[in-house]
Design a protein around this ligand. Structure first.
Ligand code: AMP
Length: 424
């Protein structure tokens, strides 16, 4: 098979690493990829939202399957674009169509979907500019803290946890009346705060059957001890010790099955990954959010634990026979530590030469924000590299990934030294 991966981050690097190992993969392309993905396939200089460019490339290179990494092309309808085109309609796309991608693209859509289908989630109400006053009244009666969520995609910044009524009112006004997040906050979901510990569960589905991929926990804050600003993700670990069999059974019965059945019942086709952000509250799972793609940096840890041929599983999604495929998961622990640019998630240093990757001892270095410039690999993005290690136990995985991250140098390099250690 000739496979095209869309995206350029650590997630896509991990996909490419795994897919390149499959005997079923003849040619692998990554668009646009980064300075590391060229080791697994051929980088293609195309934007993930350049649908016409992707079409021309797919036809010229006899592509047999497209795997979509990030949410943007899905929410913009790349899968629908393929289905509607005579020449492309037989090339399977792994990643949901536009309607189902609303599970991520619109918080209001996803909350309503959960409520209709009995998926446990925090109580909420949605407000618009026209109902701003009702929103203010609602805030006055709701408990604290209270969570405000911009309905649309807001680059991970659209969720605010407000500790006081005054702050909540100010923010609701800023989002609705002053378009704080542009169009994304033309609707705001006001949601009850859930107390507990978070984890991410990943499901692969062909729309009928599903496979539960290894669960993971990610670390979003920039600072050690989960302090400071939110980032795209500073690290991850899989498995998650508190996600024991009893808890995962509840997740399957109360969350995954109603989600898949709900999609079927509502006639919403879904071929791809469902990322379920969960809060474990006293042993009960509550859904915080759905994403319509895999998470980053969870994918880096998850891919290390999948022993089966990943292309075989992707084929199962594409052809609708996922139930016939085998998913084998390693009992080992995978840990990922992300090296970011100095200053990230604010203004950050760019075009810094990276050294020392060759000194890494027992981890995979998945590139994210890197670019090849002449002989140099330069740090060009906020999240630069994901250092992932698979070891027999959690302590060794964490220690190895952290020690190996320290072997890499560029001006301003920063990584958290405490990823996963809260779970030991
Ligand atoms: P989201 O974009 O929905 O994933 O929200 C970003 C982050 O905000 C989540 O990963 C949680 O840490 C936090 N969060 C969102 N909703 C809630 C909630 N209802 N209760 C507590 N924390 C939340």
């Amino acid at each position: 098979m000739n496979i095209l991966i869309l995206g350029s981050g650590g997630r896509e690097s991990a996909f490419a690493w795994k897919i390149a190992q499959s005997p079923k993969c003849t040619n692998l392309y990554i668009a646009p990829g980064n300075a590391g993905t060229g080791a697994y396939g051929t980088n293609v200089n195309l934007k993930v939202t350049d649908f016409e460019g992707i079409k021309a490339f797919a036809l010229a290179n006899d592509i047999n399957l497209v795997l979509v990494g990030p949410e943007e092309p899905l929410v913009k309808g790349i899968h629908d674009f393929f289905l509607a085109d005579e020449e492309l309609k037989n090339i399977p796309v792994v990643g949901p169509q536009q309607e189902a991608a609303q599970l991520e693209g619109s918080k209001d859509f996803s909350k309503e979907f959960m409520q209709r289908n009995g998926v446990p989630t925090a109580a909420s109400k949605t407000f618009t500019r026209d109902t701003l006053q009702e929103g203010m009244d609602y805030l006055a009666t709701a408990g604290l803290p209270i969570v405000l969520k911009a309905d649309g995609l807001a680059a991970g910044k659209g969720v605010l946890i407000c500790l006081s009524l005054e702050e909540a009112k100010q923010e609701l006004n800023a989002m609705l009346a002053e378009a704080k997040f542009g169009d994304a906050s033309s609707k705001v979901v006001v949601e009850q705060f859930l107390q507990g510990i978070e984890l991410s569960v990943f499901v692969m589905t062909d729309g009928n059957s599903y496979k539960i991929l290894p669960e993971a926990k990610d670390y979003k804050r920039i600072g050690e001890g989960d302090t400071g600003l939110n980032t795209g993700g500073m690290g991850s670990i899989s498995p998650v010790p508190f996600a024991d069999e009893a808890f995962m059974q509840k997740v399957e019965q109360k969350v995954i099955i109603p989600t898949i059945e709900g999609l079927k019942k509502e006639g919403i086709p879904y071929k791809g990954f469902i990322f379920i952000g969960l809060m474990n509250t006293h042993g009960e799972p509550w859904v915080i959010e759905y994403n319509c793609r895999m998470g980053d940096p969870e994918t880096e840890s998850v891919m290390l634990r999948i022993e089966s041929d990943f292309v075989d599983l992707l084929e199962g999604v594409a052809e609708g026979n996922l139930h016939e495929k085998k998913l084998i998961i390693s009992p080992k622990t995978a840990a990922t530590v992300v090296c970011v640019a100095g200053g990230y998630p604010g203004e950050y240093l760019k075009n810094k030469a990276i050294a020392g990757i060759e000194n890494v001892r027992d981890s995979h270095v998945f590139h994210a924000g890197t670019t090849q410039v002449g002989d140099e690999v330069q740090a060009t993005g906020g999240r630069v590299l994901a250092v992932s290690s698979l070891q027999d136990d959690m302590f060794n995985a964490l220690q190895q990934a952290t020690a190996d991250a320290a072997r890499i140098y560029y001006d301003g390099v920063y990584f958290r030294k405490d990823i996963g250690f809260d779970l030991l």
